[in-house]
Design a protein around this ligand. Structure first.
Ligand code: HEM
Length: 459
């Protein structure tokens, strides 16, 4: 039995305001600075206290021990924007909803979506011209949004609607970290920004309600997430989901899918553009598997280096913070933590831990799978346990298809004198991503039939 000890404070706390300024002003370096030798540190933000785990075993336990830990503020704030649907809850309601959605995300389903995914990916790469692409982020966001809408909801929306959804999601994402850490009284003040978000959410809801209505009236025989939601039943009562719950589930799925996948893709292209040797090895692998044709599901599984590149991107550029809440009092690393306490962990701090990964800030895809047996909580790009990402296989397939389509046609570099910086929303993302494009010899043998106006090269 350990002695109960006081929880040490994370470095940099100030009298009265604790870590508030550091967390809000420089969250990226702050969460890395909390990675001390203490397995658990206390972060104080205003009146909120978060016990932050630094030890990989502890981080793992917080994710898998659902008897002790339930979702905390981070997910509550997110779910609150979407009317708290069952997928964002805890316990049996959450498990039942996951079961209902699982078939839509399994390997056979993703195999079926792959033609649509590859079509969007090829269209993106076929629409570019040699020279400078001013900022690729919007197009990456478009390709992910169109793919997810086509695969999960069997729908193709106008570019205007897609952009409206993206803007709304971006606004929600920007508010997540401050929303988790600051009292509601501060974040819900009716500022012009909050009013604009409320209006945007209103439009978002109307759009989803229209899609659900159209499906109920006309659409039979679809095997997609919307259909799974319409057929889902609550375990305890057997009643169907209410229209409000369906709408909330739809919104959470879109949110969970879009920002994460498009941001990771942007970082993947950034890393490829700044590591010519990685780019060359990747191009060799893509050429050998694709042989001038579009990717297939099986072909994408035969690209191990591409998978390493994506995993290394996810290691270096994950979300900053996740939180859970204790269901009962528990002793963690010798510290007595009360019931109802917020307990957090930073994927960024763990993934860049010098004690766990050699030369951790360096982008090196070959480290993936070759660093020996890492402790369980050292690398978890899609989480673990009951809340592990349901969309992992869809996300990996989408990202692999886009990177393969780009690399097959283009050599990408950052233009001279460009410096890309990290900014933070729900996860760190590049503040811009201009690319210098050079045609690869094999590009002329690739079909132009996929090109569409949606992804044409911006002026
Ligand atoms: C690169 C892309 C993605 C990354 C890095 C990612 C990461 C994650 C992580 C780390 C979690 C666990 C959160 C926690 O433990 O609290 C999670 C959960 C989740 N993800 Fe993803 N995700 C990605 C793409 C997607 C996609 C495409 C979907 C599809 C809709 C999706 C849907 C979800 C859902 C619904 C959950 C909550 C699962 C639950 O609690 O049962 N994600 N994701």
């Amino acid at each position: 039995m350990h002695d109960v000890v006081n929880c040490p404070s994370a470095p940099g706390g100030l009298p009265l305001i604790g870590h508030t300024l550091a967390v809000l002003g420089r969250p990226l370096s702050f969460f890395e600075s909390t990675r001390t030798d203490d397995p658990l540190v206390r972060v104080v933000i205003g009146r909120l206290q978060v016990y932050l785990a630094n030890d990989p075993d502890l981080v793992h336990r917080i994710q898998v021990d659902t008897d002790t830990f339930e979702r905390g503020r981070f997910f509550e704030v997110l779910a609150g924007h979407f009317d708290n649907p069952p997928i964002a809850s805890n316990g049996p309601a959450h498990r039942g909803q996951r079961r209902a959605l699982k078939p839509v995300f399994n390997r056979p389903s993703v195999r079926q979506y792959t033609d649509a995914i590859v079509e969007e990916a090829e269209a993106l790469a076929a629409g570019w011209r040699p020279g400078r692409l001013p900022d690729v982020r919007q197009q990456l966001s478009d390709v992910v949004a169109c793919t997810v809408l086509r695969c999960l909801f069997s729908t193709e929306l106008s570019t205007e609607d897609v952009h409206d959804i993206q803007r709304t999601i971006y606004q929600v994402a920007r508010r997540l970290l401050p929303g988790t850490l600051l009292p509601a009284a501060v974040t819900q003040v009716p500022t012009p920004g909050n009013r604009r978000l409320a209006e945007a959410m209103g439009r978002f809801r109307v759009l989803v309600e229209r899609l659900v209505r159209e499906r109920e009236e006309h659409g039979q025989g679809h095997h997609d997430a919307l259909s799974a939601l319409l057929h889902a039943r609550h375990g305890a009562t057997g009643r169907p989901l209410t229209p409000r719950e369906i709408r909330g589930e739809f919104l959470v799925l879109l949110f969970a899918a879009l920002e994460t996948t498009s941001t990771t893709l942007a970082w993947a292209l950034y890393e490829i553009a700044t590591h010519p040797r990685v780019a060359a090895r990747l191009a060799d692998e893509v050429d050998a598997v694709l042989r001038d044709g579009p990717a297939t599901y099986d072909g994408l599984q035969r690209m191990p280096y591409l998978r390493q590149v994506l995993h290394e991107t996810l290691r270096l550029h994950p979300p900053t913070l996740f939180t859970r809440r204790t269901r009962h009092a528990v002793t963690l690393a010798g510290v007595a933590v009360p019931a109802g306490a917020e307990v957090g962990y930073s994927p960024r701090a763990m993934h860049r831990h010098p004690g766990l990964h050699r030369d951790p800030a360096r982008f090196d895809p070959s480290r993936i799978g070759s660093e020996g047996a890492l402790p369980q909580g050292a690398f978890f790009p899609f989480g673990v346990g009951a809340h592990r990402c349901i969309g992992e296989h869809l996300a990996m397939t989408t990202m692999a298809a886009v990177v393969a389509a780009v690399v097959a046609r283009w050599t990408i570099r950052l233009p001279p004198r460009v410096r890309v910086r990290e900014t933070i929303s729900s996860m760190p993302h590049p503040d811009s991503l201009p690319l210098q494009l050079t045609t690869r010899p094999s590009a002329s043998r690739r079909s132009a039939r996929y090109a569409t106006a949606r992804y044409s090269h911006p002026a």
